[in-house]
Design a protein around this ligand. Structure first.
Ligand SMILES: Cc1ncc(COP(=O)(O)O)c(C=O)c1O
Length: 390
């Protein structure tokens, strides 16, 4: 029978050794994606700040550090973890959403660059901002195709400072003596076309003349990954050519900041889960797994598609199933999915789960989180084991 391999390791050996469910990460895939992105941006002055929220495992953050990336953080604990791992303060960006004022003060005290998504904090911070370099996350009211739950730059999104507030921010910049050095936009996650990202980039360029001190544009992320055979990845070459051409015509030197999460780690992760039961419903045949939305919330939260393979029976006859979790919820991971015949005890590989998988997992129903395993140079090791405290 064909063997399902992850980073040179037979996946079924991993479930034999570590049990299931487990998240398995292949470091080679992360490196490959990182260098792909670096290559695409090679003609543009840029810095990659990996979005910690996608997968905050210290081993993955250390890999990013070794590759030369900085970090994009959204909470004080993400900052603390980055500092503990030896990232320099200048390697860290803080892009919070509606933070508590103390969280902003924490970042300021530690000298971390803040990208403000709300103008309401400036008055309250007042003199604390004197001489501080900041970024502004703007909301340019850009509409994108695709899943609206992860579209973050349209007028009704909570994210970013509306354009009509920027003149007032300009006045506060003078009044309190801070310096806006970066303009920032994050259009959404998994944006369908590079042209939608380009619209956001253009909206940053339009604001440039109003802010003389700006030396970098943070274009966030939204870099699409391929979730199945017929899906597509972002056209990086077209996107970077567009950015390069626009920057060349600016007559001013500008650095680009990128904050990819999914693009770097999604494909590196696989959730391996075992089949508790095959259950016949009125109309459907269910595969009941020993995992669920408590470990992988994306299908229920975002209607995300994750490709699934029965790695215990890779040559079996195809049947149609609904793959469900074991929560007291309708936690469907895949519906009407063709899989090689599934039997109780089989192991299923749920692919592309390296981003927003474990990082969004919970202890719901008092179930343990999956163990996390890192595969590196065909060797593997346990990197986390997070059990319920009874
Ligand atoms: C501000 C910001 N930057 C970067 C990211 C990472 O996005 P992605 O995982 O789609 O690359 C996010 C995701 O939510 C974000 O909110």
């Amino acid at each position: 029978m064909e063997k399902y391999m992850i980073g040179g390791v037979h996946a079924l050996e991993l479930t034999e050794k570590y049990g299931s469910p487990i998240y398995v990460y292949d470091t080679e895939t992360i490196k490959r994606k990182f260098f792909l992105l670096k290559k695409a941006f090679s003609k543009i002055p840029h810095r990659i700040h990996y979005a910690v929220k996608a997968n905050e495992a210290p081993e993955i953050l250390m890999l990013m550090k070794d590759l030369g990336a900085g970090l994009d953080t959204v909470s004080p604990n993400e900052i603390r973890r980055a500092l503990k791992l030896g990232f320099k303060v200048t390697d860290i960006i803080f892009t919070p959403s509606c933070p508590a004022i103390n969280e902003i003060k924490f970042a300021l005290e530690n000298g971390i660059r803040i990208h403000f998504g709300e103008s309401e904090y400036f008055e309250e911070l007042g003199d604390l901002l004197k001489g501080v370099e900041v970024g502004l996350r703007i909301n340019p009211d850009v509409h994108i195709e695709g899943n609206q739950k992860i579209a973050t730059a349209h007028a009704d999104s909570k994210f970013g400072i509306p354009l009509n507030q920027l003149p007032a921010v300009k006045q506060m910049e003078e009044k309190f003596g801070f310096k806006v050095v970066t303009l920032h936009i994050h259009t959404g996650s998994d944006v369908k076309t590079w042209q939608d990202l380009a619209k956001s980039f253009d909206s940053l360029l339009l604001q440039l003349p109003a802010f003389n001190n700006v030396n970098s544009l943070d274009i966030g992320s939204g870099l699409k990954v391929k979730y199945n055979a017929t899906d597509h990845e972002i056209d990086l070459d077209a996107y970077t050519k567009y950015i390069k051409d626009k920057l060349e015509n600016l007559g001013k030197s500008i650095n680009i900041i990128l904050e990819p999460g999914k693009f770097l780690v999604a494909e590196a992760g696989t959730l391996l889960a075992s089949v508790n039961v095959i259950k016949q419903g009125y109309n459907k045949r269910f595969v009941g797994l020993n995992t669920g939305s408590n470990h992988l919330i994306r299908p229920m939260y975002y209607e995300a598609y994750h490709h699934i393979i029965n790695i215990s029976n890779m040559d079996g006859k195809m049947h149609i199933y609904d793959v469900v979790g074991q929560l007291c919820e309708e936690d469907t991971l895949a519906s009407e999915r063709a899989l090689c015949e599934v039997r109780a005890g089989d192991i299923l590989a749920i692919q592309n789960t390296g981003a927003y998988g474990y990082s969004m997992a919970s202890f719901y129903n008092l179930r343990d989180k999956p163990r996390q395993i890192l595969v590196e140079n065909s060797a593997h090791r346990l990197i986390s084991e997070d059990m319920v405290v009874i």
